[in-house]
Design a protein around this ligand. Structure first.
Ligand SMILES: C[S@@+](CC[C@H](N)C(=O)[O-])C[C@H]1O[C@@H](n2cnc3c(N)ncnc32)[C@H](O)[C@@H]1O
Length: 393
């Protein structure tokens, strides 16, 4: 796929994806390739906390997988969240905007030799760094056949680089979609390449309001992943327009800007980095509320599965879920690890069942980010490093 400056139409005015209530995206002069290929040399060169936010609650097996990634790859990591979901064995995963490949290499261990990870990025120098260490990692993991591929291309044009319909179980993306003017094209491509029951599990930056032009066209704010941030409410509009289930919010962290000039430009606007899950479900009949029991079968999450900000499934515990969550659990790769019954049917009793509770679903990442204290209390013994977790830098 084309070289710097080609293919994406970057550098001109782009119509907003979702109609007139979304912004026009006017891009700054420095293209993304230049920023990530030449301006930045390592994570420490970033000027805001948008990329490389502190991750919390990182399970031990994921910490180990991250530790096994080569130092040069990790040094050029610019993500804004942890994009390693659960239940990965044998999965085919596509990483949109894979950069130097840190997440791809961590995931390639977790899917195992019979799974596969494909990373795509438009910045040639980042793809080169990623490719350079394929042999190193395969040897380290003891894999005979490489299970990771890196491609140079644009994530809004996956067909051009040969990514076929319904070919992936999971698509991930770490701090990239904000950098693409046509966000609807990206989500549409993701929908096309995902299998039914598949999910997009992604971290990105969101704004508390529709961004004014001064922010959208600011060269540094764009490169730092703030200028192209979607107004958080527009994610649900876009996703459902394309056919995904409503977004499920997993984590959120407020972004800090320690630069007086950038603070002035940003004004009252606030930013969060947030991780969402978007599921592509088969078109079936109307879903219904259900009771579910998690069987503890997911590697690294045997005691509990923190599915999102609203639902934590403890092994053996009866939980009542809304119809959307029920549909996701029934029709995705999680189905094998849950006993699911419509409400009214009797479930086998278990020791330590908690009382069923119905709760309001949190969808606003700013609300969740503000509840960091209560997030801390969600630490489980499966999680290493206490509530402070680890920082990727
Ligand atoms: C903030 S960095 C994140 C990189 C990587 N996900 C990580 O966690 O280190 C953004 C990356 O997205 C890539 N990118 C931006 N727009 C893209 C597009 N339209 N197609 C492919 N890659 C793109 C950039 O080249 C850059 O490597």
């Amino acid at each position: 796929m084309g070289g710097d400056g080609g293919g994406g139409g970057h550098g001109s005015l782009h119509p907003a994806p979702c109609g007139d209530h979304l912004q026009l995206f006017s891009l700054p002069m420095a293209s993304g390739q230049t920023y990530y290929g030449q301006v930045l040399k390592k994570s420490g060169d970033l000027q805001t906390s948008a990329c490389v936010t502190t991750a919390r609650l990182v399970p031990r097996h994921i910490q180990e997988a991250l530790r096994n990634v080569h130092e040069e790859v990790t040094l050029r990591y610019y993500g804004c969240g942890l994009v390693i979901p659960e239940c990965l064995e044998n999965c085919w995963i596509l990483d949109l905007g894979s950069g130097s490949g840190r997440d791809c290499y961590a995931l390639s261990q977790l899917v195992g030799e019979t799974g596969h990870v494909t990373g795509i990025d438009m910045t040639e120098s980042q793809v080169e760094v990623a490719k350079k260490y394929i042999e190193y990692h395969m040897e380290k993991y003891g894999f005979q056949t490489p299970n990771v591929t890196f491609l140079h291309g644009y994530i809004e044009k996956l067909e051009e680089i040969g990514i076929k319909d319904e070919s992936y179980d999971i698509v991930i993306s770490n701090c990239v979609i904000n950098l693409v003017p046509d966000k609807q094209a990206v989500l549409q491509e993701v929908y096309r390449v995902l299998k039914h029951g598949g999910e997009l599990y992604f971290s990105d930056v969101y704004a508390s309001l529709e961004l004014p032009e001064e922010i959208r066209t600011h060269k540094i704010l764009w490169g730092e992943c703030l200028g192209g941030a979607l107004y958080w409410k527009d994610l649900a509009v876009l996703a459902q327009k394309i056919g995904f289930c409503p977004p499920r919010l997993v984590t959120a962290n407020l972004i800090t800007v320690q630069n007086k000039e950038l603070e002035r430009v940003i004004g009252d606007c606030r930013f969060v980095s947030a991780t969402f899950r978007l599921f592509k479900l088969p078109k079936t009949g109307p879903a219904e509320r259900c009771q579910v029991i998690y069987n503890g079968g997911i590697t690294g999450h045997e005691k509990e599965l923190i599915f999102d900000a609203n639902f934590t499934f403890k092994e053996g515990e009866i939980i009542e879920v809304d119809k959307e969550t029920a549909a996701i659990l029934k029709n995705s790769r999680f189905a094998q690890d849950f006993l699911i019954r419509p409400i009214g049917e009797t479930l086998p009793t278990c020791s330590g069942c908690s009382a069923l509770e119905s709760k309001g679903i949190i969808t606003d990442p700013f609300t969740l980010a503000g509840q960091s204290d209560s997030m801390k209390s969600r630490c489980s013994p499966d999680v290493a490093g206490g509530c402070c977790g680890i920082t990727y830098s």
